[in-house]
Design a binder for this molecule. Structure first.
Ligand code: URP
Ligand code: ZN
Ligand code: ZN
Length: 463
């Protein structure tokens, strides 16, 4: 064997049990009590948990956005991922008018082959159908393992929004190809109307970022997306769910049999819109914004009840000087926050505190992302899977600070957050890439993850 991890408590989505884990050629080769085998490296993890590496299915590395480029390169962002126990990221390259999907993905792969410290996959954002060419090209993209595409129902002025007609075409085409459409659901016209009025009234602080896109602005688009998914019988994945009313509509559609998947993020579980009243409120500006306490509570209730499918980060950091562009005008603040290194530690701290089970954290951060997005080799500590493993010390105290993060961003919205329990090691396909506070991996070590399509089906399928 290459690696033998002894005496840990293994956590899967359904159980916790004491066992050793043996690794050969990057795969989990055996799991059992007191495994009697020789290995090149033996690690005793008595008293610690052994978890599957988290899969952060929502990141924006090096993304041109908000008049700049998000602060983490693929190298810095995947280094931070490794140090937070994330062994696979799903990034969101954005296709712009006239661009082909395959050309865009090829250019991203070229960078990631050199820079990726963890494994990676892509959801491709489509902003323009190029007179229908993209609908054709989607088939080749699916064959390349890109089996999910994103549509922004917002960012109209930024030229990234797709209109309703385009969204319908994409939902149906994705269904036909066994792919899925992910949506960022907010109503752009309501937002623009609110922004115009607030600016006219001289209301320019970060608080008005929230007030221009409050609960009902997100809920309207959530409802529109699931209404169509249901009636077109097409799967849809709602990214970064943050409001109670939309959440309820999605849960109702799920119960009625629609293929609706819900993602939320740690920032919506932790913070409320009150952060926008803080002096540094601009640092928390992301879209959708954090909502009121009722929404935060509803997200926790749904998460605990098994009604939210995934927790991911929407990692999209900007430096302080860039956030400062919007000191006197919230519309000039680049939208997005860092989070990839905080996902697993935050969720596991909640489990450690008894807020939800460790199994449920594994389910939403690793097993469900793998299942929903067609990554058969990932997401569970099971024989035959990739040996993407995280060793977690339930007794280690950790206070998050920009100084102990591994991103290139100079600040974090999680500054000062105290966690009880913290990951102490991360293994990527059996190789140690994070060890007690230090990144020990190599850029270029991460591999492209070619994903499997879902079952394809034809026709409008109106219900
Ligand atoms: O504010 C955010 N979320 N920035 C990243 C782009 C997006 O909307 O996901
Ligand atoms: Zn978004
Ligand atoms: Zn995003």
């Amino acid at each position: 064997m290459d690696l033998l991890i002894k005496n840990g408590t293994i956590v899967t989505a359904s159980e916790m049990f004491e066992a050793d884990v043996a690794v050969k050629d990057g795969k989990i080769a055996a799991i059992g009590r007191n495994l009697e085998m020789t290995a090149r490296k033996v690690v005793d993890v008595s008293g610690k948990l052994v978890l599957p590496g988290a899969i952060d299915v929502h990141t924006h590395m090096a993304m041109p956005f908000g008049g700049t480029v998000s602060a983490d390169s693929y190298l810095a962002g995947t280094r931070a991922a490794a140090c937070g126990g994330v062994t696979t990221i799903f990034d969101y390259p954005v296709q712009h008018a006239g661009e082909t999907i395959l050309g865009l993905i090829a250019s991203k792969k070229e960078v990631l082959e050199k820079e990726a410290c963890v494994d990676y996959a892509f959801h491709c954002c489509i902003t323009d159908l190029n007179h229908g060419e993209i609908l054709k090209e989607m088939e080749a993209a699916v064959k390349e393992g890109i089996t999910s595409f994103k549509c922004f129902m917002v960012y109209k002025k930024e030229g990234m929004m797709v209109d309703d007609g385009t969204l319908v075409r994409l939902l149906l085409r994705a269904k036909e190809l066994g792919a899925m459409i992910n949506v960022h659901a907010e109503n752009p016209d309501l937002i623009d109307f609110n922004i115009e009025n607030y600016l006219k009234e001289g209301k320019t602080s970060a608080w008005y970022h929230y007030l221009s896109r409050p609960e009902f602005v997100e809920a309207e688009a959530d409802k529109r997306a699931v209404h169509w998914a249901r009636h077109l019988n097409a799967p849809v994945y709602l990214v970064h769910m943050a409001d109670k009313e939309g959440l309820k509509a999605c849960i109702k559609a799920k119960a009625a049999g629609a293929s609706v998947y819900i993602e939320t993020c740690p920032q919506y579980l932790e913070f409320t819109c009150d952060v926008y009243k803080r002096e540094d409120g601009r640092n928390f500006v992301c879209s959708p914004p954090m909502k009121g306490k009722e929404s935060r509570d509803a997200l926790w209730t749904a998460l605990k009840a098994g009604l939210i499918d995934t927790v991911a980060t929407d990692h999209c950091p900007f430096q302080s000087y860039e956030k400062d562009w919007g000191k006197d005008d919230f519309t000039k603040i680049p939208n997005g926050c860092a989070g990839v290194e905080n996902l697993y530690p935050y969720m596991l701290d909640a489990a450690n505190a008894g807020k939800l089970s460790f199994e449920r954290v594994v389910e939403v951060c690793a097993s469900n992302p793998a299942k929903i997005f067609g990554c058969g080799s990932k997401g569970s500590v099971t024989v035959g899977k990739d040996a993407d493993l995280v060793i977690y010390d339930r007794n280690k105290d950790f206070t998050i600070s920009a100084n102990n993060m591994h991103s290139d961003c100079d600040h974090t919205i999680w500054e000062g957050k105290k966690l009880h329990g913290y990951p102490v090691q991360t293994y990527l396909r059996g190789t140690l890439i994070y060890d007690n506070g230090a990144f020990t991996g190599m850029p270029g070590q991460g591999r492209y993850l070619k994903r499997k399509a879902r079952k394809a089906s034809r026709g409008g399928g109106a219900q």
